[in-house]
Design a protein. Sequence first.
Length: 334
Amino acid sequence: METIDRELAAWLVRAGLVEDGAAMVAEPLTGGVASDIWRVEAGGRRFAVKRALAKLRVARDWRAPVSRNGNEVEWLLEAGRVVPDAVPRILAHDAAVGAFAMDYLQPEDHPVWKAELRAGRADPAFAAAVGRAIAAIHSATAGSDAIRARFDTDEIFHSIRLEPYLEATAEAHPDLAPQLMAISRDTLARKIALVHGDVSPKNILVGPKGPVFLDAECAWYGDPAFDLAFCLNQLLLKCLWVPANRAAYLASFDALASAYLDAVDWEPRADVEARVARILPGLFLGRVDGKSPAEYITTDEDRNRVRRVARSLIATPPAALATIRDAWEEELSK
Ligand SMILES: Nc1ncnc2c1ncn2[C@@H]1O[C@H](COP(=O)(O)OP(=O)(O)OP(=O)(O)O)[C@@H](O)[C@H]1O
Ligand SMILES: [Mg+2]
């Protein structure tokens, strides 16, 4: 991770976040694949700065990393209008620099949900709050032509979500390719609400006022079912990560699903649930046989457990999420 360069430092001054000539300390936060993130301290102020990495820039792709960063800012601003406590506040952004500054949320009182889950602190009430917040954003943005026009990101959503998780999995399972390709196609074609695209415990902080969502680089106007399926998938997979916490992970699955579905008011709840139940087994299998396998699924025994459950659910999609959860619990009880 590079340190903050001159261009970024000059922008922070222009944006009024750092006084010209003031001492500035920038600590890299993580080695993310897509972005650099720093905690910056200057003049008694502390904030976070995120910038899309230039190496992802592909000559052929009109969506430069700069625009991914812009999509993230747009999502954070839009979500902030609906659930202000559930996103970091944007302090400044600049499309040309390809960076934005936001509130820095201290890890002491904002641990990452993934770490909490790992440590056995899987609180269904928190999962329910995640479901309510995501549903509130979907509900507030459903059917908006203006928001839809701002998030015209089909191409990038396809290439970083649908292709690696569903379409690559279709190649590994040719007999299920028609179903998996149809899920990908149908998802891309639906234009219903503003989707975060990466609702994963690693991108959610457990704040004093509830969940805080980060990392909206995959923001897209499309099928809200994707967000719920993506997060539920993580809770299913976590049962392989820390088997002793299985009951709490599955209770969180139930709480997330029902809190979300209870808040669906833009279309029939059963329609959303059926689409989530169709996408979820594809994403589940995708974390074993797609392009981005879960790092904690390391044995063939575990891979085959996911394959057995996912393949049968892809072949015969259930209407209810409880069917998926029960099939997984039954497999894990064997
Ligand atoms: N505003 C913030 N305040 C405090 N910590 C933050 C903030 N933004 C990001 N972080 C920390 O940095 C980590 C990575 O952030 P983020 O997910 O936005 O980056 P990323 O590069 O897109 O990540 P990755 O590609 O690894 O998913 C978060 O998990 C969190 O620990
Ligand atoms: Mg992230």
